[in-house]
Design a protein around this ligand. Structure first.
Ligand code: XMP
Length: 327
C-alpha cells in the first residue's frame, strides 16, 4: 500500500484519547525507524513543525537536532517563543540561526513576488544545509508534512513551504510522523503533547512570512512597521476573543506612500492594510463582519505606535477575486 495514502479505516483524531493513542503509536514507530541515530528538523515554530518536534523529543530526546532559522520575516516574538518552548521548557537540542541580514541583503531591491518567494525558499535551504553540514553525524531528516501538503497543488502562487528538502545532502531516510493527518488533527495532537495554545491554534502563516506582506521591494523600516502593526492587530483580536475564531488576520503595507499631516505640514507615510478572512480550505474566502469599535481601536494604536504610518485601511475583498495575501 502507498504510505502516502490515508487508509479509509483511519479514525479522525478529534479527542485527547485518540491523540494519545496516535502519539504512543508514533513514538514507537519513530524509535523503530531511527534507533540510536540522529534526526535533523527545520523548526519554524509553525504548528506542523512544532508538533513534529514535540513528538520526536518524546521519542528520542536529544537525538533530535532542531534548527530554527530566523530569516527576518517572522512575526514579533516568534523566535523568542521557539527558544523558550523548545530549548528552555522541553530541553531540546536547538540550534538558533540568526540569518536576518543574510536574507534581507539578498532580498534588497527585489520587487517581483515569485522572485521574492524563490529567494526566500532557496536561501532557507542553503542556510539549513550549512547547519546540517556542520553536524556530520545526522542520518535522518524530519519534516512537518501534513496530508493536505500531499493532496494539494496550487497553480497561482508557489506555496512551497520554507524548509524544503536540502538537495545535496544525503539522508538515510525521512521522518514524517504527521503526514497522514489533517490540520485539525495535528492541533489535537499538539495540545496533547503539551504545546502552548498560541502555538497549537496559530493561524496559517506563509513560509515567506512577512515578506509577502511588505509588497514590492522589502525595506527594513517598512518590514518593521508590518511586524509591529501585525502584533497590535493580533493582540487586539485576541483581546476581543477572535483568536481561533477568525481564520486568518494580519496586516500588510503596500509599497506606496500617501499624504498625511504632522505638525501642520505634509507628511508622506505608509498605509497599513488590515486583512481578516474566513475560509474552510483557503480557496473560497469570505470577510467577517467586525465591530467598528474594534477596528477604530486598532487604527488608533497603529497610527500612534507604528512609526512611518499615517493611514489605516480595511481590505474587504473576497477570494476570488483577491487572494488572501497581497502578493
Ligand atoms: P493566497 O494568498 O494564495 O493564500 O490566497 C492562501 C493561503 O496560503 C498561504 N500562503 C502561503 N503559504 N507559502 C506558504 O507556505 C507561500 O508562499 C504562501 N502564499 C500564501 C496564505 O497565508 C493563506 O493562508
Amino acid at each position: 500500500m502507498d504510505s502516502n495514502v490515508r487508509p479509509d479505516s483511519m479514525k479522525r483524531i478529534n479527542t485527547p484519547e485518540l491523540a494519545k493513542a496516535f502519539i504512543d503509536e508514533q513514538v514507537e514507530a519513530i524509535k523503530a525507524q531511527v534507533g540510536d541515530k540522529k534526526v535533523l528538523l527545520a523548526l519554524s515554530g509553525g504548528v506542523d513543525s512544532s508538533v513534529v518536534a514535540a513528538l520526536l523529543i518524546k521519542a528520542i530526546g536529544k537525538q533530535l537536532v532542531c534548527v530554527h532559522v530566523n530569516h527576518g520575516l517572522l512575526r514579533k516574538g516568534e523566535p523568542e517563543q521557539v527558544i523558550e518552548v523548545f530549548r528552555n521548557q522541553m530541553d531540546a537540542n536547538l540550534i538558533y540561526v540568526d540569518a536576518v541580514d543574510r536574507f534581507l541583503d539578498k532580498l534588497a531591491g527585489v520587487a517581483e513576488p515569485e522572485k521574492k518567494r524563490k529567494i526566500i525558499g532557496e536561501e532557507f535551504i542553503r542556510v539549513f544545509e550549512e547547519e546540517a553540514r556542520k553536524l556530520d553525524d545526522v542520518d535522518f531528516l524530519a519534516q512537518g508534512t501534513i496530508y493536505p501538503d500531499i493532496l494539494e497543488s496550487d497553480g497561482v502562487k508557489a506555496h512551497h513551504n520554507v524548509g524544503g528538502l536540502p538537495e545535496d545532502i544525503h539522508f538515510e531516510g525521512l521522518v514524517e510522523p504527521v503526514k497522514l493527518l489533517y490540520k485539525d488533527e495535528v492541533r489535537v495532537v499538539g495540545k496533547e503533547l503539551g504545546l502552548p495554545d498560541n502555538m497549537v491554534y496559530r493561524q496559517p502563516f506563509p513560509g515567506p512570512g512577512l515578506g509577502v506582506r511588505c509588497t514590492g521591494a522589502i525595506t527594513r523600516d517598512r518590514l518593521e512597521a508590518v511586524r509591529e502593526s501585525d502584533a497590535i492587530l493580533r493582540e487586539e483580536f485576541a483581546k476581543a476573543g477572535l483568536q481561533g475564531v477568525v481564520w486568518q488576520y494580519f496586516t500588510a503595507i503596500p509599497d506606496m506612500k500617501s499624504t498625511g499631516i504632522k505638525d501642520g505640514k505634509r507628511y508622506m507615510g505608509w498605509a497599513v492594510v488590515i486583512r481578516a478572512v474566513n475560509t474552510v480550505d483557503a480557496v473560497v474566502v469570505t470577510v467577517p463582519e467586525l465591530s467598528m469599535s474594534l477596528l477604530f481601536k486598532i487604527r488608533d494604536r497603529i497610527v500612534k505606535e507604528v512609526p512611518g504610518v499615517n493611514r489605516v485601511l480595511f481590505d474587504m475583498s473576497e477570494k476570488p477575486i483577491s487572494t488572501i495575501e497581497w502578493e
